[in-house]
Every structure is written in C-alpha cells, then in structure tokens.
Design a binder for this molecule. Structure first.
Ligand SMILES: [Zn+2]
Length: 285
C-alpha cells in the first residue's frame, strides 16, 4: 500500500516513532480513512524496522508491512458470518486474543491495527481488550483507527495515546491575501468581485480561515471608530467606505457563516448566501 499522508501528519507520526517511546496503545483519529490507515502502517513499520531511523520503508520488515504481509502485523477483519463490519467477540478471542501472548514471528513485537475500530469492536470486544491495553507487554502495540476517538469506550480512550490527523494549515499569507480580497469585494460596486473571491474558496477549511481573518479585520475597523488607530490598509479601506453600524452587521453575518460552516452545509450555497448578505449590508440605505 502507498503511504498517503500530508506532510504535517507524517512528521507528527515520525516524531512519535523516533521519540523512542512509542505508546503501546494509539488511537488515530481525524483525517480521511485512507490517511489513518497510512499513518497506522507507518507506525507499524516504525515498530518493526530495525534500521537507525525507523521506519526506513526500504528494509525487508518495512516492505512487508507496506505490502500487508508482515507476519507480526495484524489487521483484524470483520467476522465473515456477520454482515455489519463487526468482529465478533468469539472471533476476537479465538483469532487474536489467544495468540497475543505467543512470541512474535520475526520482529521484536506484534502490532494490531483495528481499522474502523468503533464499528469493528463492539463494547464487549473493547472490554475484552481492556486488560491487555491496561498493562501491555513490551511486545504488543495496538492501533485503533476511528473518525473520532469519542466513538470508543472511555476506558479504552483513557489508556491510549490519541493522535489527531490534521489538515495542513493554509499558509498565513494566502489567508491574509484572501481576506484582503474579500474586503475589496465587499466594498466593490460590482457583486462579481466578491463572488469571484468567495468561489475560489471551495473548501470549508480555507473559507473558514479566511472568514476568521476577515472578522479580525472587521473588529479592528470597529476599534477604529472608538479611536484606536490602524496601519492595516485593508482595515482603513473598510473604515473609509462603511460606518460602524454596517461593520457590526458584517461581523454578525460573518460569525453566522462560520457557524454554518461547522454544520453539514453546502459550501457553494453558503458563499452565495454570504455574498448576498454582504451586499445587502453594504449597500442598504
Ligand atoms: Zn525499515
């Protein structure tokens, strides 16, 4: 399998491995499923690689992990007789728990990767693993992959190192430039200018970052009316074109948009709505 991880997450995983204190129970949350699986493979390779800076990803053990054939890296799958992606307690016991105390085949340790762990492991199975997780032998590592760690039992969570995969942060200059472009759009006579900038922000995180910086600038404009000077040309532009009442309304509507972004809203519908709200506030009498 190819390792597909954003640079920031890859660095975080490598840092954890190379700290020399790889936690025996790790919950990988956040990101896409593919990324969590990649991170888990990287961790597993880190645990079995014997080269100087593990994982080297080119030695024999590393390659076996990536190819999914390392005899000490286990990826428990749902029980065949159950439809819903669940590993039955019986199968967990018979196929995995019973073998955990047996020495590893090739490496110094065994790694168990539970993908979609919240679906795979029902409460009874998570409880069955607890005892081992509580006092893991040196030779055992557990990796639980889930969208949110909260979907696992608190007792499991509290004994695990939780690692959250994050989106790479958008470069600050880009966000700043976008916020400035949004201000230009807001004060522009032409609705197209605003819509154009909003439509370039098709992903939620980029949009919400830009709106956060915009809110910051709007607040600075508000302070300007209370006598606080500003050097920021985009803030000056706002204060030249808009009065206090309008700036307050812009802050409120921007906040509303940021909150909507936290829900399952369609980004394009949101930007269209936001554009019309900005126009209404800016150009109403
Ligand atoms: Zn290696």
């Amino acid at each position: 399998m190819e390792i597909s991880l954003q640079h920031n997450n890859e660095s975080a995983v490598l840092e954890l491995i190379r700290s020399g204190r790889l936690p025996h129970t790790i919950i990988l949350e956040g990101g896409e499923k593919e990324e969590r699986d990649s991170a888990a493979l990287l961790l597993a390779a880190g645990a079995v690689c014997r080269e100087e800076n593990p994982p080297c990803l080119s030695c024999n053990p590393c390659r076996k992990v990536l190819d999914g054939v390392h005899p000490d890296v286990f990826r428990p799958e749902p029980s065949k007789n159950l439809k819903s992606g669940i590993l039955s307690l019986k199968d967990l016991r018979d196929s995995y728990l019973a073998q955990m105390s047996i020495r590893p085949n090739e490496a110094d340790c065994k790694v168990y990767i539970f993908s979609d762990a919240d679906k795979l492991l029902r409460e009874d199975s998570q409880n069955a693993l607890l005892k081992t997780i509580e006092e893991p032998p040196q030779s055992l590592y557990f990796i639980f992959n889930v969208q949110s760690a909260k979907s696992l039992l608190l007792t499991v969570r509290s004994r695990a190192h939780i690692m959250t995969l994050r989106r790479e942060e958008i470069k600050n200059e880009d966000t700043e430039a976008t916020a400035v472009a949004l201000i230009d759009g807001i004060v522009s006579l032409y609705e197209y200018d605003l819509l154009h900038t909003l439509f370039t922000l098709s992903d939620k995180e980029g949009l919400s970052e830009a709106l956060r910086v915009l809110t910051d600038k709007l607040r600075q404009a508000l302070s300007f009316y209370s006598g606080v000077m500003t050097d920021d040309p985009s803030v000056k532009k706002l204060t030249r074109k808009l009065d206090r009442r309008r700036v307050i309304a812009l802050i409120e509507i921007t906040n509303e948009a940021v909150n909507k972004l936290k829900t399952n809203v369609n980004t394009q519908l949101l930007t269209t709505w936001l554009s019309s709200q900005y126009r209404r506030i800016t150009w109403q009498k």
